[in-house]
Design a binder for this molecule. Structure first.
Ligand code: AKG
Ligand code: FE2
Length: 273
């Protein structure tokens, strides 16, 4: 299992939709960029580039703790009701914890095992993705194929326009937005922690010729000092560890080293048979 939907949580759908009435680029002059708040303009050609890399723009910011949100959020958003993001974050955290405990149970572990392994100082970053209409969707993707490098992702898609695709049995399958449903992606760290029993999903986004699309991805990621590696319990004689242990900072280093390529980060931590 790598990507699935959840629609069981009592989270009013309009929390998410209130979070995205903005195009990230319109925030440009309001954002104090730094480590925690960043803006990506994938379709703006930079010097020396003759092609756009992707047809999207994104706004990355923390979704927890509350103090970070209120402190780092552009004032213009605070004035337009950005506190809904804080409310959204609270509910998403409840769902994240529940999913982690269910996945732990699925692995035959104690309910709090995965949450404990991901560590006491996880990072909670969100990414608001905006995919404007694209005059020629054949020429570029909204977001290139990737797996999420975190432990777990919850994505909320705007309704009425599809764009997200996942690989299933070697084919790209459209993940249609369903009202009030979330897409849950297993990230690279759970693939490693579960010794490959849960797979991080390959996914990408295509564009639409006439309509824009928005998504809000919330990531749950280990802290830099956390040691990640296959949990011993699911390992037996038949299933020896396929990854070595690493500090998450090593994973990040490798991740950034592979920038601009189709990243194969966790593969570099595989133990050779
Ligand atoms: O926009 C989407 O549908 C997915 C976004 C995504 O995969 C990401 O932000 O990592
Ligand atoms: Fe993703």
């Amino acid at each position: 299992m790598a990507s699935f939907r959840s629609s069981t949580m009592a989270l009013p759908g309009n929390y998410a939709t209130k979070c995205w009435p903005f195009s990230p680029l319109s925030l440009n002059s309001h954002i104090e960029k730094g480590q925690k708040v960043r803006l990506f303009k994938n379709y703006v050609k930079s010097d020396g580039q003759n092609q756009v890399s992707m047809w999207s723009e994104s706004f990355a910011h923390p979704w927890r703790p509350l103090d970070d949100i209120l402190h780092l959020c552009p004032k213009i958003l605070l004035n337009t009701g950005y506190e809904v993001v804080a409310e959204y974050g609270k509910e998403i955290y409840v769902l994240m914890k529940r999913l982690l405990s269910l996945i732990s149970l699925g692995l035959g572990l104690e309910t709090d095992c995965l949450e404990t392994k991901i560590g006491e100082k996880p990072k909670f970053q969100a990414q608001g993705n905006y995919y404007p209409p694209c005059p020629d969707p054949e020429l570029t993707l909204g977001l290139n194929v990737h797996t999420d490098m975190c432990a777990l992702t919850i994505v909320r898609q705007s309704e009425g326009v599809s764009g997200l695709q996942v690989i299933k049995d070697g084919n790209w399958v459209q993940v249609e937005p369903i009202p009030d449903a979330f897409v849950i992606n297993i990230g690279d760290q759970i693939q490693v922690l579960s010794n490959g029993r849960f797979k991080s999903v390959h996914h990408r986004d295509v564009t639409n010729e006439t309509r824009f699309r928005v998504s809000l991805a919330t990531f749950y990621t280990p802290g830099k000092d956390t040691v990640i590696g296959p949990i011993r319990d699911p390992i037996d004689e038949q299933h020896p560890p396929i990854y070595r242990d690493y500090h998450f900072s090593e994973f990040l280093e490798e991740f950034f080293k592979q920038e601009g390529t189709r990243r194969m980060v966790k593969e570099t931590f595989e133990l050779k048979a």
